[in-house]
Design a protein around this ligand. Structure first.
Ligand code: SF4
Ligand code: SF4
Length: 460
């Protein structure tokens, strides 16, 4: 019968598509050097057997078998993509008062005992002095005495950080006397397209809010001065951190990559700010060590992602495996909307993979709490930073373990679409991620060109 033939053909097409999809997933995993996932994916060939079982069934049963298989597959697909029982409410996640940059670890780490800034800060923050004295006794970030010291990669990371520091004089600058008046859409199209051609992954614009700005400067020559927030618009963008370099976290390639992407984000921010100044509009680049804004909050409100369990921006393209750059400006720009994606936060609520892999136990396992008026997760920044000062690198194990950090390719993007669909898909995807990559993914070997087994150090 013709209808029986059609049902059989649909069944074979579905079975063949499944086999092709599994082959493609295995091939992608091999390309990504994720061999555990590649091996475990072989098991996924098994369901395809059901689609070709009609070859071994008696002829009179084939039609009924195929039709029940198709109905079961359809119901299962509908269940995964439609059944959405866990609705997540974001609530108010905007801080009620500005963050003081002097409270962040990068600022506190620069305080030298018995100096004016040190005494001033800790006289008001006795509790923090006790905690900070723990990391002060450790070898230190990028120290030759730290556990992960590698003279080549530490020197390379230091070279990148040094170069970023040299950009500080260009974050602001003279504004052209004459303003170029042009169509807002054209300017935004140009800005975004140019930024993407420079290596930016995502870019958005937001109206600056009070909570975007630090209250007080915590680094550099202006330490202790109030932040003067005059620019009403902020342009935020992300750049990718290379997955191969990050895969050996917490070893030194992660530090090299981190430093390199601070530099790349800084370079691009300075180029964008200078472009706006050349057009006659005041603009400031916010770069590593020289921020006046809380970059993840500006990026979130510019529509680039949500702030996840590990306190980092979770982007739809690469999860937290990004660095953020920001430019603030006076020119009125059409803003992007915050994406307001409760699905990412729902996934973070159940996932907790970053908390599981964190060697310093700095990431919370509990649900979001109210901190400074905002419902959010907060990491124990002292525990995290202290671990950095022991190993000498900025760790990054949480970033690598995050299921959203997978490569930006067809397979992972298909999963990302599903993650955004239903809470059922998210719960299944989490189990799959654990099965394929491990609840605590294994650290990858340091790339050969970075590995250094033998060296001696002598006085110059
Ligand atoms: S590892 Fe899981 S819990 Fe942590 S940030 Fe990523 S998705 Fe959220
Ligand atoms: S960087 Fe390392 S120590 Fe810090 S929170 Fe992430 S996993 Fe934990």
């Amino acid at each position: 019968m013709i209808s029986e033939r059609i049902i059989s053909i649909i069944t074979y097409i579905l079975g063949s598509s499944w086999i092709i999809a599994v082959f493609y997933a295995i091939w992608t995993s091999i390309q990504e050097k994720k061999y555990r996932a590649a091996k475990r994916l072989i098991l996924f060939f098994l369901p395809s057997f059901f689609f070709f079982a009609s070859f071994i069934l008696p002829e009179n049963l084939v039609f009924y078998y195929n039709i029940s298989l198709l109905i079961t597959s359809l119901l299962l697909t509908l269940f995964i993509f439609i059944f959405d029982p866990h609705k997540f409410k974001i609530g108010n996640d905007n801080p009620q008062k500005r963050i003081d940059e002097r409270d962040i670890m990068f600022s506190r780490a620069l305080l030298i005992p018995d100096t004016e800034h040190y005494n001033q800060y800790y006289s008001k923050n006795r509790d923090k002095e006790k905690k900070d004295n723990i990391f002060r006794k450790k070898p230190g970030l990028m120290s030759p005495n730290s556990l992960k010291y590698n003279p080549l990669s530490f020197a390379a990371a230091d070279a990148s950080f040094f170069t970023v520091s040299q950009l500080a004089s260009a974050v602001t600058g003279a504004v052209a006397q004459k303003k170029v008046i042009l169509d807002n859409d054209k300017l935004i199209l140009f800005l975004k397209s140019w930024a993407k051609s420079l290596g930016v992954i995502s870019i958005g614009i937001t109206q600056m809010q009070d909570y975007h700005w630090y209250s007080t400067i915590g680094r550099g020559v202006d330490y202790g001065q109030k932040v003067n927030c005059t620019h009403p618009f902020g342009i935020a963008f992300t750049v990718e951190m290379n997955p191969t370099m990050m895969a050996s976290a917490p070893d030194s390639p992660t530090l090299m990559e981190s430093a390199q992407q601070y530099l790349n984000a800084g370079n691009i921010a300075i180029q964008l700010a200078q472009l706006l100044r050349n057009l006659g509009y005041s603009a400031r680049a916010h770069i590593d060590g020289n921020y006046r804004v809380v970059a993840p909050l500006v990026a979130r409100d510019a529509g680039l992602g949500e702030i996840g369990r590990m306190g980092l921006l979770m982007t739809p393209e690469l999860g937290p495996r990004v660095r953020i750059g920001v430019v603030t400006t006076e020119i009125e720009l059409l803003t992007d909307k915050r994406t307001t994606n409760p699905n990412v936060l729902d996934f973070c609520t159940i996932c907790k993979k970053c908390a599981d892999v964190c060697p310093s136990k700095a990431i919370s396992f509990i649900d979001r709490e109210e901190i400074n008026g905002a419902i959010r997760w907060q990491i124990n920044q002292e525990a995290c930073f202290t671990y950095w000062t022991v190993i000498g690198t900025d760790c990054g194990k949480c970033i690598v373990a995050c299921p959203y950090s997978h490569e930006n390719n067809l397979i992972h993007n298909a999963v990302r679409i599903g993650l955004n669909k239903t809470s059922t898909f998210r719960r299944i995807a989490l189990k799959m991620d654990d099965y394929l990559y491990g609840r605590k993914p294994k650290q990858k070997a340091v790339p050969n060109w970075i590995t250094l087994k033998k060296y001696t150090i002598k006085d110059s």
